[in-house]
Design a protein around this ligand. Structure first.
Ligand code: ATP
Ligand code: MG
Length: 248
């Protein structure tokens, strides 16, 4: 079964001067259950737009989107999908636990169940000792964990991430990669993420989709058949990184 399938998706935006800007053309994508797909490409090639289309936030002009083999417009189970944005978007006036519990509050989950589920997620992302800390009291990596926790608290099966770790130091980013692999493996999640960082794509993804700009088209789809965990310093990873840089 494919969790996400795009068939000939196209999208244009009307610019303020009245001209049509074609952002995506003829995008085909098939994301099987439990796979990790990376979207890479130059700035402005439509990666975020593509993620927004999958999330149902942007409607395509052409083509069709299927989620769990159901037409996106007929899809009901939006709670199974979560979206981690580039900025952590934590509320400064809420503690870590309150930020992480946001999705449960919105879903009307009772206070006691909320507390249990939030604590379980805080443990999962290694923040159990910081439940009562405010975002300004957390390091960049911890904020990133909190944002990941907030995305996971509703038990989604599809995780969309738009350059979620791009602002982190390389060593912290690498820790977050390990965390994402551990957690999404444990929870049997399907992941689609956007990145500028080719090495990040090779370390995490089993399929990498290279987009070309203006309009955004699929330039190449590359399967990465290396075993996890992948060492960024290994010659196998370096070779894939080199090939991708050529494709870009
Ligand atoms: N709502 C919108 N209205 C008009 N134009 C838009 C809108 N959203 C995106 N665009 C345009 O679509 C193009 C692709 O934008 P998008 O954000 O998808 O690119 P991206 O690949 O994510 O870039 P980056 O790597 O810089 O984040 C850009 O030229 C952008 O200006
Ligand atoms: Mg973007």
């Amino acid at each position: 079964m494919s969790v996400v399938r795009l068939e000939s998706v196209g999208k244009s935006f009307m610019r303020r001067d009245g001209e049509q800007l074609e952002v995506l053309r003829n995008i085909d994508l098939d994301v099987p259950s439990r796979s990790i797909v990376a979207l890479v490409g130059a700035s402005g090639c439509g990666k975020s737009t593509l993620l927004n289309i999958i999330a149902g936030l942007v409607t395509p002009d052409q083509g069709a989107v299927f989620l769990n083999d159901v037409r996106s417009k007929d899809f009901k189970d939006w709670r199974s999908m979560t979206y981690m944005f580039q900025e952590d978007r934590l509320f400064p006036w809420r503690t870590t636990a309150q930020n992480v519990g946001l999705g449960l509050e919105a879903a009307g989950v009772s206070r006691s169940e909320r507390r249990d589920r939030v604590m379980a997620v805080l443990e999962l992302v290694g923040l159990e000792k910081f439940a009562d800390a405010f975002p300004h009291e957390l390091s960049g990596g911890m904020r990133s964990r909190a944002a990941l926790g907030r995305s996971l608290v509703t038990d989604p099966t599809i995780l969309l991430m738009d350059e979620p770790f791009s602002k982190l130091d390389p060593s912290i980013r690498s820790q977050m990669h390990d965390e994402v692999l551990r957690i999404t493996g444990l929870k049997a999640m399907t992941v689609i993420f956007v990145t500028h960082d080719v090495e990040e794509a090779v370390v995490l993804a089993d399929k990498i989709v290279v987009l070309h700009p203006r309009p955004g088209r699929v330039r190449e789809k590359r399967d990465i058949a290396l075993a996890y965990p992948r060492n960024p310093l290994s010659p196998e990873v370096a070779e894939q990184v080199r090939l991708l840089r050529l494709a870009l």
